[in-house]
Design a protein around this ligand. Structure first.
Ligand code: VGL
Ligand code: ZN
Length: 225
């Protein structure tokens, strides 16, 4: 499998403080991410390497940020009597408050080299609508604009990595494949939350069944031409 860099996009999902177990506050103190994925920061070095390689060869890099207003519908605290991990009427999975617009938790993690991104795309900014996918919000209809951006640039192949495998990576990859892009998950550059238990295994199985390819970043690095 080889890729022409000029038609390839690396899509880096939600490499933000709130999805990492530890980050540094401006005061120098350490904080934990509000919705930390176990070992989440481990996906960052392989993504930095992929982004550097792709940029050097004239490819494309887009980084997403989960970007919620205070009181967002996806926060358990916005629903009386609900706790994180529970589901609201209508099916929305509820989370701790995370990635609040402008807060330190919403910033990219310090180890993430966002400088390689040609595009930074924010999602989940509508009060009453969550957005896991980088392509469509959770009503499955409202576009984020990423599809048009990628098509206009002639992109045909998308390599995806980031957090979390069973939510934002999963929905982004499934939309990407459905839209007709060759879709590859950098297998060492994704980690999941597995809430509820089993969601990670189910997501991986569903992605493979949909024809999404899993490949380690060291192989992808060799294949970008
Ligand atoms: C995510 C849960 C809530 C993610 C975002 O980035 O996977 N998960 N918001
Ligand atoms: Zn979110």
């Amino acid at each position: 499998m080889t890729f022409n860099a000029s038609r390839t996009l690396l899509l880096e999902i939600d490499l933000q403080n709130d999805f990492c177990p530890a980050y540094t506050l401006p005061s120098g103190e350490n904080s934990g991410g509000a919705l930390a994925v176990n070992n989440g920061q481990a996906v960052i070095p392989p993504l930095n390497a992929l982004a550097a390689a792709l940029c050097a060869k004239g490819g494309w890099v887009a980084a997403t940020q989960d970007w919620h207003p205070p009181g967002h519908i996806s926060f358990a605290s916005s629903h009386a009597g609900k706790k994180p991990g529970e589901t609201a009427d209508g099916g929305q999975v509820l989370w701790p408050e995370h990635c609040v617009q402008g807060a330190r938790g919403a910033d990219f993690h310090d180890s993430f080299e966002a400088k390689y991104a040609n595009l930074i795309l924010r999602k989940g900014f509508r009060m009453g609508l969550d957005s896991y996918s980088a392509f469509f919000e959770n009503d499955r209809q409202t576009p984020t604009g990423l599809e048009g951006w990628a098509r206009f640039l002639g992109i045909d192949t998308v390599i995806i990595g980031g957090l979390a495998t069973d939510y934002c990576v999963f929905y982004s990859a499934m939309d990407c494949k459905r839209l007709g892009f060759a879709t590859i998950i950098a297998s060492d550059a994704v980690l999941g939350v597995d809430i509820p238990e089993g969601s990670l295994e189910g997501a991986i199985k569903t992605m493979k069944e949909a024809g999404i390819i899993f490949a380690p970043s060291k192989d992808l690095l060799k294949d970008i031409l």
